[in-house]
Ligand binder design. Sequence first.
Ligand code: NAD
Length: 369
Amino acid sequence: MIHTVPVPLPGRAYDVRIGPGLIARAGAEIAPLLARPRVAIVTDETVAAAHLGTLQAALKAEGIDSEALRLPAGEATKSWEQLQACTEWLLDQRVERRDVVIALGGGVIGDLVGFAAAILRRGVRFVQLPTSLLAQVDSSVGGKTGINTRHGKNLVGAFHQPALVLADTAVLDTLPPRDLLAGYGEVVKYGLLGDADFFAWLEDNGPVLARGDAAARAHAVRRSVEMKAEIVLRDETEQGDRALLNLGHTFGHALEAATGYSDRLLHGEGVAIGCALAFDLSARLGLCPQEDPSRLAAHLRAMGMKATLSDIPGGLPDAEGLLDLMGQDKKVIDGRLRFVLARGIGRAFVASDVPGDTVRAVLADALKA
Ligand SMILES: NC(=O)c1ccc[n+]([C@@H]2O[C@H](COP(=O)([O-])OP(=O)(O)OC[C@H]3O[C@@H](n4cnc5c(N)ncnc54)[C@H](O)[C@@H]3O)[C@@H](O)[C@H]2O)c1
């Protein structure tokens, strides 16, 4: 069963198609977008080994030729060096403005290839084939693309909407469990930020979803994409409501920086811990009852996820050091910390003037726990 979530942005509307088996029918799905029967695919080595053959066969079945570039897997690929390699390769392939570039992979590939497509010949169309849970529920939708620099994550990029997203939920079967749970961190985020019923559904269904239940996975991807699409439609370039999607990210990005963007902490793991800290902060500021952070921590623990700072292997900077890292984040406006806080589960809002002392106290307590 394939579901379609439309993203009707004026002038650049596209569909997010969700369900099992979409890569095997990608040729038929993508053919209507093509001016000539030829595409360039960029993927990573791990995803290529598992799914590139299926994709190329599906394209071939519709008479579409394809060439593929395999980049190293992992966050370090969102770099200037790989952006250059990818862009030069696309030019080597003589990709023209009317052509379509395919990003096959997780959020790293989607962000990098989307950015390459945005700047190549001042913008070519691209199709997202997200293969990680994180990419299916979040990064493939909404048009944020970019790379990391030595100054921090996602500091160079562009808004460039895809022409189509095909989220094949069956490919999640080959995703390592740790990456699946990291992506689940972003799924939980949607419940926390705007849908308490969805959070309750996740409390009931998260464990079977993690064990491989196909229907639960498809439902979680669909609900997450619906919520993301709805927010992106309201605020494509993050002038307001789109910032809600950053719940957990101010803390999470600081933790990713503190761990050197290494596999000590995956992005989605940082988001899950960041959500827990954002709820701790909200409770400490008297915005939500203490039961809410406790309920969230209980759910993360029930899922076998990292839930607090002591779950991160290796040492971390002290509270002051972590606060400094937050200062590097894009979400700082005029030196004041901007946080997404919550008045309860499903009731997040953007707070622009959060007292640094309270944040420091939350971090100090979490470091002691
Ligand atoms: N653009 C956005 O709006 C947005 C939103 C959230 C996150 N992000 C970005 O997304 C990135 C993280 O994405 P991610 O967690 O997908 O990381 P990732 O792309 O590194 O994928 C995680 C790992 O899983 C492997 N993998 C992916 N799909 C697989 C599959 N089906 N089978 C086997 N292995 C598979 C990859 O090779 C990689 O090793 C971060 O850079 C983050 O900043 C972007």
